[in-house]
Design a protein around this ligand. Structure first.
Ligand code: PLP
Length: 268
């Protein structure tokens, strides 16, 4: 063996470390630059959140918790999903994760094997593509159609290419376009996913940054049986550095998701 580097898995060897940080670090020297790289809100974590965390830490709440996350938090998340998104899940169908990112990684580890096909709307959040690559999966990229200053989903292309996909990711509102899918688009994609036995991973992290005037339709409110919803606190509450997110999923897959999450991080 010449070097340990040879032992790195080929699918990881072919990856480059995220360009997002390379550019961010480079631009930190330019004091007048406008920060548009990572999805970082332009406000700070609200003081009541900081105060509650401070109090909790002083009161000894610094230990491992239930691997699925604090029960009280999961109860609140379950109420929130019902109130804001018409998603009916019990607290036992929620796992608190290390950011939405760990929720995505957990879902990929539980469901996506080498060679599996994953459908992603592009342009996309770059880490979806990295997750596909890391699993050795196959990417089916469906480009959004640009019409003037608007986008729309290429439903024809989804119809033609979704077959055989294990997973389709819906990121609504979308990073990086800010595009918000209409109810009709969501319903059409949900129908196609159901027809092809495809799991929908709905990343709703930008839910509160919807400037489209359209309401957001959560796929899990109409297709709870094959949708995993992912959300978190990073964007809505400017808590990117706290690393807290969550997933909500059908009962039958909770055990598998808990095993993966626990093996990776024990608890958030
Ligand atoms: C679309 C999308 N999903 C997930 C994440 C990860 O968020 P978190 O900080 O909750 O891990 C980001 C972060 O930029 C994102 O843009």
């Amino acid at each position: 063996m010449e070097s340990l580097d040879e032992w790195v898995l080929p699918q990881i060897k072919h990856m480059a470390f995220t360009g997002i940080w390379r550019v961010t670090l480079m631009l930190s020297n330019y004091k007048d630059s406008v920060y548009l790289s990572t999805g970082e809100p332009d406000f700070d974590t609200p003081p009541n959140v900081i105060k509650a965390a401070e109090d909790a830490m002083r009161n000894g709440k610094t230990h491992y918790v239930d691997p699925s996350g604090l029960r009280e938090l999961r109860e609140e998340i379950s109420k929130k999903l019902k109130r804001d998104n018409s998603i009916e899940v019990s607290p036992d169908q929620v796992i608190v994760t290390v950011g939405a990112e760990e929720a995505l990684a957990t879902v990929f580890q539980a469901f996506v094997n080498a060679g599996d096909k994953v459908t992603v709307f592009t342009p996309a959040y770059s880490l979806y593509l990295d997750l596909v690559q890391m699993r050795g999966a196959r990417l089916n990229a469906v480009n959004l159609i640009e019409e003037g200053d608007r986008f729309r989903v290429d439903l024809e292309k989804v119809k033609e290419t979704i077959g055989g996909s294990k997973v389709i990711i819906i990121n609504n509102p979308s990073n990086p376009t800010g595009y918000v899918m209409s109810d009709e688009e969501i319903k059409a994609v949900v129908d196609l996913a159901a027809e092809h036995g495809t799991i929908i991973v709905s990343d709703e992290i930008y839910e509160k940054m919807n400037y489209s005037g359209k309401r957001l339709l959560s796929p899990a409110s109409i297709a709870p049986e094959n949708t995993i919803t992912i959300n978190g606190f990073s964007k809505a509450y400017a808590m990117t550095g706290w690393r807290i997110g969550y997933l909500a999923a059908p009962k039958e897959v909770m055990e598998a998701l808990k095993i993966v999450h626990h093996t990776n991080v024990i608890s958030a």
